[in-house]
Design a protein around this ligand. Structure first.
Ligand SMILES: [Zn+2]
Ligand SMILES: [Zn+2]
Length: 147
């Protein structure tokens, strides 16, 4: 049976959250953002997000810290992260507080793997060139062994 909720946590597990799925059989689509601020915020080549209604997202343990960012187009962007381990949770445009972008890498494994459909790339003109080489035969593939 499909879940009614998606759950997630930060690296240190001090903060957890829950997303209510209005349609349980429909997992949210993925949207990636290549803007400079998302690269910095996530420490990655781009941010990977699911966008859900703000009212469906709630923290179930702990409180994140809020960083008020100025987006690449000049608008205010609210970014929440764990003050203990630094995991980025969300970003939200102040001009549209109805929706919230949740960093999909923070979802619990069993829920993250269900979000399989990438539908949109934002700031695609700022995409780092190496991104296109992911999955190609030119890139060495190793099994994970970071601990
Ligand atoms: Zn944490
Ligand atoms: Zn961005």
């Amino acid at each position: 049976m499909p879940p009614t909720y998606l759950t997630g946590a930060c690296l240190c597990n001090n903060i957890t959250y829950r997303i209510t799925l209005s349609t349980p059989e429909l997992y949210p689509d993925l949207i990636i953002c290549h803007c400079t601020n998302c690269k910095r915020y996530t420490g990655a080549g781009f941010s990977t997000n699911i966008i859900v209604p703000s009212s469906d997202f709630q923290y179930t343990k702990g409180s994140p810290k809020l960083y008020l960012d100025i987006g690449n187009k000049g608008g205010q962007v609210l970014r929440e992260f764990c003050p203990h381990c630094g995991t980025p949770f969300t970003s939200q445009s102040k001009s549209d507080m109805q929706m919230i972008a949740v960093k999909s890498g923070t979802l619990d494994d069993e829920h993250r793997v269900q979000c399989t459909k990438l539908v949109t790339e934002i700031y695609h003109h700022r995409k780092d060139e190496w991104v296109a080489s992911i999955g190609t035969e030119h890139v060495q593939k190793l099994d994970g062994s970071m601990g």
